[in-house]
Design a protein around this ligand. Structure first.
Ligand code: APR
Ligand code: PHB
Length: 389
């Protein structure tokens, strides 16, 4: 088998990269070790920056997004007694969209299987080789157990946090930065109409709570919990009661309904540098993880592959190496900005039980809710900064 770009991993990063390359006349093959059903069932975050929506739309993937996605003009920031709305258009001229990452992945897979480049599910033993040369290859075993070799001009490591690509880059010298936060999120999906127009980010002494949604009849809610917490210890009743307490506001209440999914998500930050070794380029979760409080994970992956697609077109069509050479630095500038914003939102909203910390957080929240420059800083980061910083 031969292709121009061998792509490892069919998450949003790998699938969108393949799509962007196809539109520029570059062929690719996507190799995924899980099944299509598994990939399409993963529940992930759901806030898309303006840039992400524009990129998906320009790539011909905006049909269902524009029909079923919900455009949001702001968020509510809450602390006891106060629910303040940040209006994004007036603060920074942009909006965000709520459309589950699961739906983005379904749309990408449907487009790929409808006449797009090959997408192989259920492969194993995926091993990139000779990435320091101009003709790397990927060895793998296909879904029928047959060993195969994919010869390529470049390899994209879009294989998430657990894939093999990052280790290969690190083996040639590199650095990793990591922060594990002392809390986790307990997330539920519920068949209940959202009781709010905008997402609510709520500070409470018992811990942070987030009210999000997937559609006019499905809510997505999160509670800050201890990372050691077991999901079995959280009955639906206990989750709803905690949400009621942490989001309490006079004359308002959370809408309850059947809970269809419940899980505990760890909160951590991780950055791996550089994002390239020779002809192997990392993008998305393979190179970085952010805690979900800033809603940046998917948007960062989309920004990475937008830069990477430009770099690969230039490398393989124009035979110019400038964008390939600058890819890692350009991508990492944005990664660190989003890592900082995600850390800042996380630190402002998650309680530690320490009273001094609580007063600092409340002071910061009051500042964001009363000062236009402070609110604008949040709004600009939340809705997405320009591709190049
Ligand atoms: N071989 C082939 N595929 C692999 C391998 C492997 N050895 N290891 C992992 N993969 C696949 C995973 O099964 C997954 O489908 O790579 C894909 C990586 O996809 P994601 O984890 O979704 O990562 P990415 O595409 O970078 O998207 C980033 O996902 O985790 C969220 O918050 C994150 O929203 C962000 C987005
Ligand atoms: C979600 O809807 O899943 C969601 C929204 C906002 C976040 C994180 C997750 O910050």
């Amino acid at each position: 088998m031969r292709t121009q770009v061998g792509i490892i991993g069919a998450g949003p990063a790998g699938l969108l990269l393949s799509r962007l390359l196809t539109l520029q006349g570059i062929d690719s093959v996507v190799l995924e070790n899980r099944s299509r059903d598994y990939v399409q069932a993963r529940i992930r975050a759901g806030v898309l920056e303006q840039h992400t929506v524009d990129t998906l739309t320009a790539a011909g993937l905006g049909m269902r997004l524009h029909r079923e996605g919900l455009e949001h003009t702001g968020i509510h920031l809450q602390y006891p007694g106060v629910r303040h709305t940040l209006d994004f258009p007036s603060l920074c001229g942009r909006t965000v969209w709520v459309y589950g990452q699961t739906e983005v992945v379904k749309d990408l897979i449907a487009a790929q299987l409808d006449g797009g480049p090959p997408l192989l599910f259920g492969v194993s033993d995926v091993t990139p080789e000779d990435v320091d040369t101009d003709s790397p290859r990927i060895r793998f075993t296909d879904a029928d157990g047959v060993p195969r070799v994919l010869e390529c001009d470049a390899v994209a490591g879009t294989d998430g946090f657990h894939g093999p690509s990052r280790a290969l880059v690190q083996a040639a010298g590199g650095r990793v930065w990591e922060r594990t936060y002392p809390y986790a999120w307990l997330g539920i999906l519920a068949d209940a109409a959202p009781a709010t127009d905008e997402l609510i980010y709520a500070w409470h002494r018992d811990g942070f709570a987030l009210y999000s949604m997937r559609s006019p009849s499905v809510s997505r809610l999160y509670l800050q919990v201890d990372p050691a917490e077991r999901v079995e210890d959280w009955s639906d009743e206990r989750v709803w009661d905690a949400l009621d307490t942490r989001m309490a506001l006079d004359g308002w209440s959370v809408n309850r309904g059947p809970v269809t999914e419940k899980s505990v998500l760890p909160m951590r930050s991780f950055v791996s540098s550089p994002m390239r070794r020779g002809r192997l380029f990392l993008a998305g979760d393979a190179a970085h993880i952010v805690p979900p409080t800033g809603a940046k994970g998917l948007n960062l992956a989309v920004a990475d592959v937008t830069l990477l697609a430009q770099a690969l077109v230039r490398l393989l069509q124009d035979k110019e190496t400038d964008l390939a050479d600058s890819y890692s630095d350009r991508a990492l500038a944005r990664v660190w900005r989003c890592t900082h914003f995600s850390w800042w939102m996380t630190s402002m909203l998650h309680t530690s039980g320490d009273d001094f910390d609580a007063e600092l957080q409340l002071s910061q929240l009051r500042r964001v809710c009363s000062s236009e420059p402070a609110a604008r800083e949040l709004a600009e980061n939340y809705t997405g900064l320009p591709l190049d910083l």
